[in-house]
Design a binder for this molecule. Structure first.
Ligand SMILES: [Zn+2]
Ligand SMILES: [Zn+2]
Length: 427
């Protein structure tokens, strides 16, 4: 299969996201109706007061202070704005969630995963309510609403103090509501773009995508902020939040081209980082053949056969060995670990404190021996009956593992296996 370029993903995934975004923009017209309604209500309340108490169309401050008239009007404005906030929030959230589903589906299908399952409601809610750059959608929306309510009351009071007519005050309140709408609309647009990007990101995570790339809409590639990011590659858990600013339509495409990945990893020394952990020692396990004469092997003793066969079925032998090649490899790469292995290796594999099954590699177990300040973890490949004949159980690698990481190792593999990964624990 030919490598799929960024352009390929732009035409499918990014274009799909932008299409959904545009269709939601249509639906966001509803917001304007809510604001027009609310503005009408504000005007109505103002005129009701003016009808009763104004002289020549002018309300006096002292009259407004009588019988809590001012306080009551303030409260009415507040209620109108609160009601408006609930309507705007509900409508925007519904539209955004519809958009999330559409984008998630388009991303999955574009990547060739027809039989995907949609993230559950709880996860979708969680993503929608998660703060990014300091606040969540709802947090920002209600801050805006509060500002709007406070602003209306301040404008009203200033109008009174300046002796403006009720009609003049009504105009300034109406204009202020218009500003409120613009802010709300901009907020919803930005949050929508962010949530749609959450949908693609969630799909990439669910599909096991490792690297992603920020992709600006064509007309945005000249934007000072976005042009810095356009085309930039990130490992999936390090990708910054997009959009970068209001009305930004930057989105995220997957990086699947092996050449691009290799280049990126090389540039960022990523392979090196993985190798330091020592795990990569077992990526390509080969089981030592007994008696070939080529491989120098050292016997470490006998494995706990009952525990192993109970989990894996028949094994070729209970003998466990380490090859000279493996020992040399570790000696060079992890000299301190090697000292520990020399001292405790035999005991660790014949009488371990834990035997844990590896959920990722076939027929592989971790044999862990507890030491005063750390633990020694010996990774052993079991010679299963299905492996062909003449093979022995052999040590792939070993390294020190701290208590916390041991716990993590158990959790991770229990998760992978869908059952307890601990096959044996010394009482
Ligand atoms: Zn921009
Ligand atoms: Zn942008």
């Amino acid at each position: 299969m030919a490598a799929k370029s960024s352009k390929y993903w732009e035409d499918r995934i990014a274009a799909g996201t932008w299409k959904t975004y545009n269709s939601l923009e249509e639906k966001n017209r509803e917001l304007l109706e809510f604001y027009v309604d609310a503005s009408e209500q504000v005007k109505k309340e103002l005129y009701l007061i003016a009808e009763k108490y104004s002289k020549d169309g002018v309300l006096s401050l002292s009259d407004m202070h009588k019988q809590n008239r001012l306080t009551n009007l303030n409260r009415k404005f507040q209620d109108i704005i609160e009601d408006l906030g609930h309507k705007a929030e509900k409508s925007a959230k519904k539209n955004m969630q519809d958009g999330f589903r559409a984008v998630y589906e388009n991303t999955a299908v574009s990547m060739g995963n027809e039989d995907f399952s949609m993230p559950n409601k709880k996860l979708m809610e969680k993503l929608l309510n998660e703060p990014w750059r300091g606040d969540s959608f709802s947090g920002r929306l209600w801050k805006n609403q509060k500002k709007l309510a406070v602003g209306l009351n301040e404008l009203f009071l200033t109008g009174l103090q300046q002796g403006k007519t009720a009609t003049e005050i009504a105009v300034s309140l109406h204009n202020f509501m218009g500003q409120g709408f613009n802010e709300c609309h901009r907020l919803v647009r930005t949050e929508t773009m962010h949530y749609l990007n959450d949908a693609t990101m969630q799909r990439y995570k669910d599909a096991g995508t490792k690297y992603v790339q920020i992709w600006a809409a064509e007309d945005e590639r000249t934007c000072v902020e976005c042009s810095k990011y356009h085309g930039k590659i990130y490992s999936i858990d390090k990708c910054p939040h997009v959009p970068f600013h209001p009305n930004c339509r930057c989105t995220i495409v997957p990086v699947t081209d092996e050449k691009m990945i290799v280049e990126y990893e090389k540039k960022n020394n990523i392979k090196k980082d993985i190798e330091k952990k020592g795990d990569s020692d077992i990526i390509n396990p080969s089981i030592a053949k007994a008696g070939t004469g080529v491989t120098v092997i050292r016997s470490l003793g006998n494995i706990k056969e009952d525990i192993i066969t109970k989990e894996f079925g028949q094994i070729q032998t209970d003998e466990i060995i380490v090859t000279e090649e493996r020992e040399n490899h570790i000696k060079k790469r992890h000299p301190e670990d090697f000292e520990l292995f020399k001292k405790y290796g035999d005991k660790a594999v014949t009488d371990p404190d834990y035997i844990i099954r590896d959920g990722k590699h076939e027929g592989t177990v971790f044999m862990v021996m507890k030491l005063p300040n750390t633990n020694l973890n010996v990774v052993v490949r079991i010679a299963l009956e299905s492996d062909g004949s003449g093979l022995k159980n052999s040590v792939m690698t070993f390294y020190r593992i701290r208590e916390r990481n041991l716990k993590k190792l158990i959790e991770k593999n229990t998760d992978l296996l869908g059952k307890d990964a601990v096959l044996y624990k010394k009482e």
